[in-house]
Ligand binder design. Sequence first.
Ligand code: GCW
Length: 658
Amino acid sequence: MAAEDGSHLWLRLPAGAQAQVSAPRSSPTLDIAVSELQQAWKGAPVQLIVKKDKQLQPEGFRIQRKDGRIVLASPTETGLLYAAYHLLRLQETGRCTTGSPFSAPDFQLTENPAYSLRILNHWDNLNRTVERGYAGQSLWNWEELPDTLSGRYEAYARANASIGINGKVLNNVNASPKILSAGYLQKVKALADIFRPYGLRVYLSVNFASPMILDSLSTADPLDKEVIRWWKNKVKEIYRIIPDFGGFLVKANSEGQPGPCDFGRTHAEGANMLADALKPYKGIVMWRAFVYSPSDADRAKQAYLEFKPLDGQFRSNVIVQVKNGPIDFQPREPYSPLFGAMQHTPLMAEFQVTQEYLGHSNHIAYLAPMWKEFFELVPPASLKAIAGVANIGTDTNWCGHTFAQANWYAFGRLAWQPSLSSEDIAGEWLAQTFQPLGNETGSRLKKMMLDSREAVVNYMMPLGLHHIFAWGHHYGPEPWCIIPGARPDWLPSYYHRADKQGIGFDRSSKGSNAVAQYPEALAKQYGNIDTCPEEYLLWFHHVPWTYRMKNGRNLWDELCYRYDSGVRQVREFQKVWDAAEKYIDAERFREVQSHLRIQARDAVWWKDACLLYFQKFSGMPIPYDIERPVHSLKDLQEVHLPISNFECPTEELLNRNR
Ligand code: GCW
């Protein structure tokens, strides 16, 4: 089997198929669609038609068999490009074979995206480091742009178009004001020009203090006339250069970023000022709700406390972007209660595709099940758009780990259609990413993917534990972490609250009462220790070590078994992967195998660290049928990973806040 380096992602399409393809005209977008099909489509002649259709949204499409031809129809060229990729996906996942529904003479399928905005957020800095990026440097070579254009820019656009992603925020939400300088806007334009034929719009993260930093204004107060004029002019300048520019993403008054509150104004006043500047050009503002201002309140309550009172005050071209959970992209969180609470404000969900809290690019953690869990409680139709923090960098395989590609893929597919199942998406991805796997191996690998996120939850923080990560890099365990002078809500003990009696954060009505931010029925369910789902138990309750779980075990024993089961799951993944060797090319086989070794070691590290540390409080033995710790707590407490290896520019900021 030929070695593969993973650079082709899920687009390992055949070449030289010489399909007959006709299009109504030549255009940058249609030319791509035609050429992709000519190269790779192995079936009947294809005809592309641009036409309005009541059942089709602008980017929707229909694929139909008609008089021996395959007709792709859409109101837009981008929709036709999506149709072309969809047709190839059907072929590559074995859904076009004789006897399949596709082969019927009256075959027809219609696809419409659930959201018109399906956006990747890059946390890329202008010096090419990537905040929480684990796949090399930033793809955007700012130094060389706009003169030198890496071939990867187009490959990136193509990969996104193939899964329906239609926008990207190029730079980190911890935004350098420099991105809005005239020189950088030319670089942004060069990228926008490459992305445009693939239906991808460019957005930028902006620093709210830009007028002060770039042009020495004395204030960035959103109600100040000079400031308003500055933004209007800047927006005009941007649209002159990039006529289809998408808009701004803003992180304001959060983790040291400037914002309207610095000038005594609200988030709504800040967002609206930018929205007014963008409105004439149909641009939008995505205003993040990831805030936790210093207050006594439980951090899980803070975004709600700050944003709920502003409901209804935002302009119509503002979308408030809310992380899926109330804290911060943990391996498992209940959904953020802001969803459902902001009835008069368009909201978008922010998922994290990059695995900041799920083993970086070392661990397999297929995230579709996590996002589906979110959609079970937050109806997709209640959202205006979807964003995902990208896991992409300069690594040859784009994402650092072959299986991390599946998260990029799954994000795109779910942003297009949240009703797709995790299982189907995993199946699609496997079929396109590897050579034919055979039924048994295919289903074992699929099961491995489907179990993988739960395995991470088990060996990192089961039963609703959260944020017990090591300081700064968020890779390993550090439930004991104490940093003199640090904000309490950045320290693990704030979240696990382990003591002689028990463990967990009491968010019931007797504690912080965070449960009251949820709809009544859920508040009741979560707020009662006996009805709270066990996966959220320690999120909402401080639970005695001897508390009896549903399976009859006491809490301490159950915690031990959960950690242990996480370790055993990863060992199982190793077996499944090794057994698949004959189906996988050598290069990717070895890459995943070695990553699984790291994952297995890390799982034991997590288990030993957490159990030995929490045992100091419970004073109870680790059940004797569980593999004994192989580390000592003392040794584990001395592990300090160099944060610089993890490309975390916020470290400087974090240090300042210590
Ligand atoms: O999770 C935290 C991360 C920061 C990030 C921040 C945010 C971009 O640790 O690195 O900063 O969230 O989402 O703004």
